[in-house]
Design a protein around this ligand. Structure first.
Ligand SMILES: [Zn+2]
Length: 108
């Protein structure tokens, strides 16, 4: 007689990546916050404001920066905010290719 594995109350928060809409455990995502100082990467994960999440994938960041975050925050990211996010992306998810926003292939 097989015992059923007990389901313990181990709740793993899930969030949706605004780049690819995949639902993932929160800890594998990077939080972006729309706080009093605008849209920025939330390095602490605890900043006040509305949060949105992006995967650690460059393609998702590009999509986020190019519209996904606008949509999530119901606002329009300023060029400055986009620039800051792009810098973060380039530092953490380098591609070796063009680092400029634009018509990079988003289908990957
Ligand atoms: Zn994603």
């Amino acid at each position: 007689m097989a015992k059923k594995p007990k389901r313990r109350g181990k709740h793993i928060p899930q969030r949706t990546c605004v780049g690819c809409r995949e639902v993932l455990p929160k800890r594998t995502l990077v939080r972006i916050v729309n706080g009093p100082e605008g849209v920025a990467v939330d390095l602490t994960g605890k900043a006040h404001g509305r949060g949105a999440y992006l995967h650690d994938k460059r393609s998702c960041w590009l999509r986020g920066i190019n519209g996904g975050l606008d949509h999530a925050f119901k606002t329009k990211l300023t060029d400055q905010e986009k620039q800051a996010l792009t810098v973060y992306m380039d530092e953490h998810f380098p591609d070796g290719g063009s680092v400029l926003l634009g018509d990079e292939d988003l289908s990957r």
